[in-house]
Design a protein around this ligand. Structure first.
Ligand code: PLP
Length: 396
């Protein structure tokens, strides 16, 4: 029998999706499952975006340019300028989600066996993109005790080798909710300039910052013009995950012309979704104000309820809509499976994402889970109550 690739064999399963068969068993047993495991917001997509697709006047659903439609790119550039990020349409390539922007970024800056340093825990699919790109992730560990603050520079410098091509951060962070300060971005800028590396910032949660704090983008830092690459997406910003639109942004012309070749190979990003995403740019600030108030409220409710459970430790997320939660269990993979297969409280249970998959260091995060607060407040309260009851019953 022909055999599949070693690379394919090494592709990690998504820790977020791998429990789905157990969730299906739970549905078959007529249990209600509260989904704390996945970052699919329950917020409505902007009407203006849905209307734009409903009332299109296309006669042919044609390809667009590989870098995305010119009108859309010009409008995205305006959006960035409004956010103090001085870029032009030519500095960005529209991609099929932030996911493709990550693949294009890795493909454009790293060769096989090159290394990218990433503070962990990190967005689990970075492991998959790195495997697909033959790139080695070198983790620098951030700790729940420090609320996942950036490790000291000395920790990064210890890890830099001739193979290191970039530092990749997620800001605000999935799964930690950590928001980097302007000073931290400037510190990272110094390291990447000193060692001539790229700084890749996944800023797909840029708008989601709480307690009045403001996001500071790497491209607000002028000195990063040649080093900085932003990964972006409409998925969370406008609750348009199914549009599959993102972009890769850089002032470095070589990065853009290289990424464009990857973009040409897949011809074009989806046309309807670009129409929706272009219209979404007209979304009024009031939409974000409401959404952010809602998420902040949910975060406050969730964190307070979790902290009230004996033995549970939770960070203080400042952005995005996730948190890492340390549980009094030995193996959160087994616990998450048990929650779906064997446990219910009045016919209800919860689904969480075991956190080990958000680390690349073996054996780390085994007693942690990631929780997404993308459910209404009442559901979050009930979900945490279920967690508390489950922890009392669970025996590992
Ligand atoms: C940190 C981060 N980056 C990138 C993505 C990819 O998003 P998409 O491909 O939907 O734009 C996600 C999705 O959850 C994410 O959380």
């Amino acid at each position: 029998m022909p055999s599949v690739s070693n690379k394919g064999k090494h592709m990690p399963e998504s820790p977020i999706r791998k429990l789905v068969p157990y969730a299906e068993k739970a549905y078959a047993a007529k249990k209600t499952v509260y989904h704390l495991n996945i970052g699919q917001p329950d917020i409505k997509s902007p009407e203006i975006a849905m209307e734009a697709v409903a009332h299109h006047n296309l006669e042919i659903l044609a390809y667009t340019r590989s870098e995305g439609s010119q009108e859309y790119r010009e409008k995205i550039a305006k959006y960035y300028k409004k956010n103090n990020i001085p870029v032009e349409a030519n500095d960005l390539i529209v991609t099929t989600g932030g996911s493709e922007a990550l693949l294009f970024a890795m493909g454009s800056i790293a060769d096989a066996d090159d290394e990218i340093i990433i503070p962990e825990p990190f967005y689990a699919n970075y492991n998959g993109f790195a495997t697909a790109s033959d790139v080695k992730i070198v983790p620098v560990i951030s700790k729940i005790e420090d609320n996942f603050a950036l490790p000291p520079i000395s920790e990064f410098e210890k890890l830099i080798t001739p193979k290191t091509k970039a530092i990749l951060i997620c800001n605000p962070g999935n799964p930690t909710g950590y928001l980097y300060s302007k000073e931290e971005i400037q510190t990272l800028a110094e390291i990447v300039k000193k060692h001539d590396l790229f700084l890749v910032a996944d800023e797909v949660y840029r708008e989601f910052t709480y307690d009045g704090s403001k996001h500071y983008s790497i491209l607000e830092e002028e000195s990063l013009a040649e080093h900085g690459i932003i990964i972006d997406s409409v998925s969370k910003r406008y609750s348009m995950c199914g549009a599959r639109i993102g972009c890769l942004v850089s002032k470095n012309k070589q990065v853009i012309s290289t990424a464009l070749k990857f973009a040409q190979a897949r011809l074009s990003p989806p046309t309807f979704a670009q129409i929706a995403s272009e219209a979404a740019l007209q979304t009024p600030q009031s939409y974000f104000d409401e959404v952010i108030t809602e998420y902040q409220d949910r975060r406050n409710t969730l964190v307070a309820a979790l902290k009230a459970i004996p033995g549970v430790i939770v960070g203080e997320p400042k952005g995005a809509f996730y948190c890492i939660v340390q549980l009094p269990v030995k193996n959160s993979d087994k616990f998450a499976q048990w929650l779906l297969e064997e446990f219910d409280d009045n016919g209800e249970t919860i689904m969480v994402a075991p956190a080990a998959g958000f680390y690349s260091s073996p054996g780390v995060g085994l007693n942690q889970v990631r929780i997404a607060y993308v459910l209404k407040k009442e559901s979050l309260i009930r979900a945490v109550e279920i967690l508390k009851i489950a922890l009392e019953k669970y025996n590992d």
